[in-house]
Design a protein around this ligand. Structure first.
Ligand SMILES: O=C(O)C1=C[C@@H](OP(=O)(O)O)[C@@H](O)[C@H](O)C1
Ligand SMILES: C=C(OP(=O)(O)O)C(=O)O
Length: 446
């Protein structure tokens, strides 16, 4: 799988990392802010939106379905929505690029509107499983024509009115949960999602903020989320907190590079997202939360991270959903810990932008880090704080998190680490390499 315009880069060892940085807005929250604003009647404003390719794909799709979305010179996004039920028939295929979140959530929106939409994506997205949303949305009445194995390109024909369902999530997936809740917005009656294992709850929080009738109750079966349609959404002013999944790279970088002292400002610490902070602390990381506050209905703090000696651990399985996107960079932290880290219970990593278990094993081994692959994770032998050998080339496989995680590994390696293509970084974190050099890292572009 190749990017049309690959950008090879090498990352060199850094003496220490220091400074204050701010990571871009949360990707999950940014997608949802655009979608819900586009469904409210009147003008919403969004500040701190992540301007990465994935979120821009969502913006383009919502425009294609009738919303007016404009970025002001003040970097505030102003969105005039069409109202729930008001989405227009898109005139061309919706191009989703690399973004699983855009695809699955928008499939939910289309499913209960009287429109038909075709979804296309890049080579990575076109391998990812969509039956997890096709199955329940079909039960609600939508019709799908998908490529073999339930993949993109696919076409969704919505049903209006759709039929409300109660659905127990068979995989811990916030994307599946959110697709159903978004479909429920234009569906008369109560759409219920039961999640045995909690996943990120940004949709629930934001739907309530926009005035939807939504309730969450804890039960023996797990969390039961009930949404009453048809909903009317009121426009909002939203401030998007910094993305903890982007902050994760600097948490690990500062922990592994000797002498480092880094403050990452404005990091979202929603408990359904903060698993990596817990796990790094279990490994011995020095992470201090400063000035805890609430931004846009989400808990936020500045994180001061200083270099620390990390120890290998067995990563608790139940933490997986709250740090699912952080496993690649956790594997990097493990490569510098003393002893062995066993990270299992994360089989969902196999169906992300790449197979993150196999691809990280190959990337780490190419740079001298011994790993053992399991169906659901990796066991990694760490150096005890010494640099890893490095000197290898990483195939990033259209996966931003592989490119960024291995760039972090290069900051404390005996030989530079080459990444065959860093262009996927633009999907979620366009300023990544600028921040890396701002903190004292050095890269060379081929
Ligand atoms: O709902 C979301 O915004 C996301 C949910 C997760 O995916 P799954 O729902 O597939 O676990 C995560 O990996 C993705 O980056 C964003
Ligand atoms: C899995 C990810 O995103 P998506 O599913 O939206 O492509 C990610 O950002 O790590």
């Amino acid at each position: 799988m190749a990017h049309p315009d690959p950008r090879p880069v090498s990352v060199h060892s850094a003496p220490r990392l220091a400074g204050r940085i701010r990571v871009p807005g949360d990707k999950s929250i940014s997608h949802r802010a655009l979608m819900l604003s586009a469904l409210a009647v009147g003008e919403s404003q969004v500040e701190g939106l992540l301007e990465g390719e994935d979120v821009l794909a969502t913006a383009a799709a919502m425009r294609a379905m009738g919303a007016t979305i404009v970025r002001g010179d003040d970097a505030i996004w102003r969105i005039n929505g069409v109202g729930v039920g008001g989405l227009l028939q898109p005139q061309a295929a919706l191009e989703m690029g690399n973004s699983g979140t855009s695809t699955r959530l928008l499939m939910g929106l289309v499913a209960s509107h009287p429109i038909t939409a075709t979804f296309t994506g890049d080579a990575s997205l076109s391998t990812r499983p969509m039956n997890r949303v096709i199955d329940p949305l079909s039960t609600m009445g939508a019709e799908f024509t998908a490529s073999p194995g339930g993949r993109l390109p696919l076409m969704v024909r919505g049903l209006c009115p759709a039929v409300p369902i109660t659905y127990r999530l068979p995989v811990a997936s916030a994307q599946v949960k959110s697709a159903l809740l978004l479909a429920g917005l234009n569906t008369p009656g109560i759409t219920r999602v039961i999640e045995p294992v909690p996943t990120r709850d940004h949709s629930e929080r934001m739907l309530a903020g926009f005035g939807a009738e939504i309730s969450v109750e804890e039960s023996d079966e797990g969390r039961i989320i009930s949404l009453t349609g048809e909903a009317e959404l009121r426009p909002q002013s939203i401030v998007v907190p910094g993305d903890p999944s982007s902050a994760a790279f600097w948490m690990v970088a500062a922990s592994i590079v000797p002498g480092s002292d880094v403050v990452i400002e404005n990091v979202g610490l929603n408990p359904t997202r903060a698993g990596l902070v817990t796990v790094l602390r279990l490994m011995g990381a020095d992470i201090v939360e400063q000035d805890p506050r609430v931004v846009g209905g989400e808990p936020v703090a500045d994180l001061r991270v200083r270099h620390a000696a990390l120890s290998g651990i067995e990563v608790p399985h139940d933490v997986a959903p709250s740090m699912i996107d952080e496993y690649p960079v956790l594997f990097v932290a493990a490569a510098f810990a003393s002893g062995r880290t066993i990270a299992r219970g994360a089989d969902e990593l196999r169906v992300k932008e790449s197979d993150r278990i196999a691809v990280m094993k190959a990337a780490l081994e190419a740079n001298g880090v011994p790993c053992e692959e399991h169906e659901d994770g990796l066991t990694i032998e760490g150096t005890g704080g010494d640099p890893i050998p490095g000197g290898g080339t990483v195939a990033s496989r259209l996966d931003h998190r592989i490119a960024m995680s291995m760039a972090v590994a290069g900051l404390h390696a005996a030989q530079p680490i080459a990444i065959d293509d860093a262009s996927p970084v633009a999907t979620s974190f366009p300023s990544f390499f600028d921040l890396l050099t701002q903190l004292g890292g050095r890269v060379t572009w081929a």
